[in-house]
Design a protein around this ligand. Sequence first.
Ligand code: DLZ
Length: 152
Amino acid sequence: MSGQGAPADVEVDGTGLRVALVAARWHTQIMDGLLAGARKALQDTGVADVVEIRVPGSFELPVAAARLAPTVDAVVALGVVIRGSTPHFDYVCSAATDGLTQVSVQTGTPVGFGVLTVDNEGQAIDRAGLHGSREDKGREAVFAALETAVAL
Ligand code: DLZ
């Protein structure tokens, strides 16, 4: 993992695990970066059984996660929400964060939170593993979900 205060990476063996990758479609280029990081992390950890679902926006991530959570060992949710001049930002962020939290707690299936909530596109690019950026939140979300799934 990267960033101040983040824990050190741990080795995770995902062999035999089934994982749902749920990804929104808003902000295509940045989503491609998050998805590439997540898919690579799944490959690196030996996860071969992956169900990948696309939804329109981050608002729809919780319902997709809720539907899939009972059928998998872990869910990884990816999205990008960029602050605009409307209150939509706050509503979409709250819906995604609250909804995904509820899914994980109510189903007992770990949900890796890979939703970027940022002020501008530059911040999103910095966190999405694009253009050699230091952070790779797609990868981090996979490791968080798998580490939790293996620990439980
Ligand atoms: C409406 C909306 C807005 C303004 N911004 C974003 C965004 O930055 N990122 C994102 O993933 N989705 C956004 N959406 C779409 C909502 O998530 C949702 O898809 C729509 O409100 C339809 O339910």
